[in-house]
Design a protein around this ligand. Structure first.
Ligand code: NZQ
Ligand code: ZN
Length: 381
């Protein structure tokens, strides 16, 4: 285990009716901008609860942060925030609203164009931000990450900033989620854990078992949620799994991390608008197959502990484990092949070209460059 200092400062406020806590958690006198997506919060009473809780504060609303938030939209929010001298932000929605608001929180204090901050990759000079989560998936409510898209250049890049001050997780807010967003969220949760787990064995027994615990929970609750998506306890477990999957807890002590699947997935979203979780369901089985040599021992462990696969030769066990993973994503209702989405060689070559041009190489061994990304994607045609 490597030396580490760990501090996740996000105050989690979880449960029914907890949106009312906004009133108690935000210091009096703050000038608040409340940010939203396209309007789902008006169908599930979240909007009314937020308005009620903030009735004694000065608030400005910003609507329209879209899925895969764009710099084009966020520039408008930043301009409004500067004009209104906003000093506190409340993001109400899924990962996209939260991520977008992380950039707003830095952009309000920055004099240039906020896309500079995205390209720099990091900005810690921010105004405080709180979140009301409505879609379990990204972990953004308890991490420092944000992923911002640029419509003009068809690019999508990660950006790091400060943690939210607090996040409110009321499982009832998820009751209006459509099936495809539940599928995306379960997949994103699953793959976040896999990116921090499916590398090499024997680095940390404890991290492995925490990771496997989340993977097993997601596998267990997924079919139950499919039958009963208004079940409070199931959705609460889903929410907490998503938050715990990407808030630093399963990566203590510097376990190796992969993230190649995510980086390839971001390109598929940038080029074709596929939703984030869906891209991961397509790419992950390919990452496992193409990197089966270096990841083989861990794939065997994962296959045994999560899917109960104990029979066969090493190669057969790896094949079965990849097939089980693919089947799981399909059972959620997602397609897992590029051809099913009408995506072919042109896109694969464009992604290869982009990785080569940027001279990037991802994965725990830093070897997933343009050439390997191409192989992974060709495995998923
Ligand atoms: O915009 P509204 O009307 O609110 O509708 C949203 C949106 O259309 C809808 N939705 C959200 N909550 C709902 C709901 N519909 C009904 N009932 C509810 N309770 O769902 C749609 C998708 O929302 P979005 O926020 O885009 O989804 P998600 O939470 O999956 O976020 C995806 C974004 O997060 C980034 C992704 O790349 C993508 O841009 N990620 C952020 C990460 C992070 N910050 O750490 C890590 C992740 O790996 C990921 O990359
Ligand atoms: Zn993700």
């Amino acid at each position: 285990m490597n030396n580490f200092i760990f501090q996740n400062p996000v105050k989690l406020i979880m449960g029914k009716g907890m949106i009312a806590e906004l009133a108690n958690e935000i210091p009096t006198g703050k000038r608040i901008m409340v940010t939203f997506g396209g309007g789902s919060v008006k169908k599930n009473n979240v909007y009314n609860q937020v308005v009620e809780a903030l009735k004694d504060f000065y608030t400005v609303e910003f609507w329209g942060i879209e899925a895969n938030p764009t710099i084009e939209t966020l520039r408008k929010a930043i301009a409004l925030g500067k004009e209104e001298k906003i000093d506190f932000l409340v993001a109400v929605g899924g990962g996209s609203v939260i991520d977008g608001t992380k950039l707003i929180s830095a952009g309000i204090l920055y004099n240039g164009d906020a896309w500079d901050l995205v390209l720099a990759g990091k900005e810690m000079n921010t105004i405080p931000l709180a979140t009301v989560l409505t879609l379990p998936a990204t972990g953004s409510e308890m991490n420092q990450g944000a992923v911002i898209s640029n419509m003009a250049t068809k690019e999508k890049f990660a950006f790091y900033s400060n943690f939210p001050v607090f996040s409110i997780l009321d499982p009832e807010t998820t009751f209006t989620l459509p099936d495809n967003q539940i599928a995306n969220g379960l997949t994103d949760t699953f793959v976040h854990v896999m990116e921090q787990y499916l590398t090499v064995p024997a680095v940390s027994r404890l991290m492995d078992r925490w990771a496997e615990g989340i993977l097993q929970t997601v596998v267990e609750i997924a079919p139950l949620i499919k039958k009963d998506k208004h079940n409070y306890d199931l959705m609460a477990e889903f929410m907490l799994s998503a938050t715990m999957g990407l808030n630093g807890f399963v990566a203590l002590g510097g376990v190796p991390q992969d993230w190649a699947t995510h980086m390839i997935g971001h390109e598929l979203t940038a080029l074709h608008g596929l939703s984030h979780g869906h891209t991961l369901a397509i790419v992950l089985p390919g990452t496992m197959n193409i990197l089966r040599e270096s990841k083989g021992d861990k794939i065997i462990q994962y296959g045994e502990r999560v899917w109960g696969i104990t029979e066969g030769t090493r190669d057969q066990r790896i094949d079965k484990t990849i097939a089980k993973t693919d089947e799981f994503f399909r059972s959620l209702g997602l397609t897992t092949r590029l051809s099913e989405e009408g995506i072919g060689m042109e896109t694969i070559e464009e992604i290869e070209r982009r990785f080569n041009e940027r001279k990037v190489a991802f994965g725990e061994n830093g070897n997933v460059n343009g050439e390997i990304a191409k192989k992974i994607l060709m495995d998923r045609i």
